[in-house]
Design a protein around this ligand. Structure first.
Ligand code: UFG
Length: 332
């Protein structure tokens, strides 16, 4: 990785910023391309170029001038509920934006890409754990945009000479183990930060559904540490540079935790109670989602270093106690 130039599109956001830092620590030279619509300048590693992912001409200039060895693409809208209400904005940013990026990459002859995909492309699981061969039936426009992009990427891999890895994330959580970066969405919708904010006394949390067909009645998800996700990107990039054409890989721990288990972990880590209220099910939430991630282990040697939910929560709590950016009322 030493001296390799990587353009991290969407590198000011939660997952992109962690990946950029990990790649820099591995020796890469990082440029972040981000419009800062949801990301933070303070989260950026390396040089920041401000721009929109749909701005093909600007991307082409940046790519041509930077002589990059690869692109990592994180720039996307990610709120499932919002995608149901405003699907067009999601097709525009997530699908048209990726097409603009791919065209700019082809024009600049940079044909190595790691793409942020999602387990949302599978929809309601028919079998668990979910492996990569599970049928695709996204239930939200958000999931559909990720599936559409994967199909575009397949064509680019087959016909346009691209090498591409798509990483299908399960639930990213946690923060940089040293506290340099963390999760700071605005609005925050994710369970781990919301439960921690409730432990800090800033809010109450709603439990979206207590009547699911799971052992404790709450939804089960696979919470993967964001630093482990970042490591998956590094390994994927190395494989592409070694000559592999790439493919789609699930990135999850393989273990599911229920909403109540997450809250219990938050209470143990913080030593505080999480004030909660029962609430109706959130539309489109399947009862359980967890990964079969054998392929990425076998193909890339990826092993989650932080598989323990409590460690993930601990790192997120450390961040919340001393955040370097984001909008928070005060320290817990
Ligand atoms: N939940 C609550 N209360 C909250 C927030 C979440 O009970 O206030 C529950 C949800 O119902 C769900 C679990 O906690 O069962 C996790 O919810 P998140 O919103 O943290 O994460 P999701 O599983 O909905 O979303 C994640 C990614 C999305 C991706 C989706 C695919 O963040 O980008 O997985 O299913 F689309």
């Amino acid at each position: 990785m030493q001296g390799r130039r990587v353009l991290v599109v969407g590198g000011a956001g939660y997952i992109g910023s962690h990946c950029a830092l990990l790649l820099q620590e591995a020796g890469a030279e990082i440029t972040v391309y981000d419009d800062l619509s949801t990301g933070y300048a303070e989260a950026v590693t390396g040089r920041l170029v401000r721009g929109d992912v749909r701005d093909r001409a600007r991307l082409e200039t940046v790519l041509q001038e930077g002589r990059f060895d690869a692109v990592m693409h994180f720039a996307a809208r990610l709120l499932v509920g919002e995608s149901v209400a405003h699907p067009l904005a999601y097709f525009d940013t997530n699908v048209a934006g990726t097409c603009a990026l791919l065209s700019a990459m082809a024009a600049a002859d940079v044909r190595t890409l790691v793409f942020s995909s999602s387990c949302a492309i599978y929809g309601e699981p028919r079998t668990l754990p979910l492996d990569e061969a599970h049928p695709f039936a996204p239930v939200s426009p958000y999931g559909l945009t990720k599936l559409m992009v994967e199909q575009v990427l397949d064509a680019c891999r087959e016909r346009e000479g691209f090498r591409i890895a798509s990483l299908r994330y399960f639930n990213a959580a946690g923060a940089h183990p040293g506290g340099r970066l963390g999760e700071a969405h605005d609005p925050e919708t994710h369970l781990v930060p919301l439960a921690l904010e409730a432990a800090a006394g800033w809010r109450r949390i709603r439990l979206f559904g207590r009547d699911y067909p799971t052992p404790d009645g709450t939804c089960i998800r696979d919470y993967v540490h964001v630093w482990d996700l970042a490591e998956a990107h590094r390994l994927a990039l190395e494989a592409l540079w070694a000559g592999q054409a790439g493919r789609a890989w699930n990135v999850g721990t393989g273990t599911g935790s229920s909403v109540l288990e997450v809250i219990a972990a938050v209470e143990r880590v913080t030593g505080r109670s999480v004030q909660r209220d029962d609430a109706p099910r959130r539309p489109g939430d399947p009862p359980a989602l967890y990964a079969k991630a054998d392929a990425i282990r076998q193909d890339l040697g990826w092993i989650p270093r932080h598989p323990d939910l409590e460690v993930t929560v601990e790192h997120a709590w450390r961040w919340l106690q001393a955040p370097r950016y984001g909008r928070y009322p005060r320290r817990p």
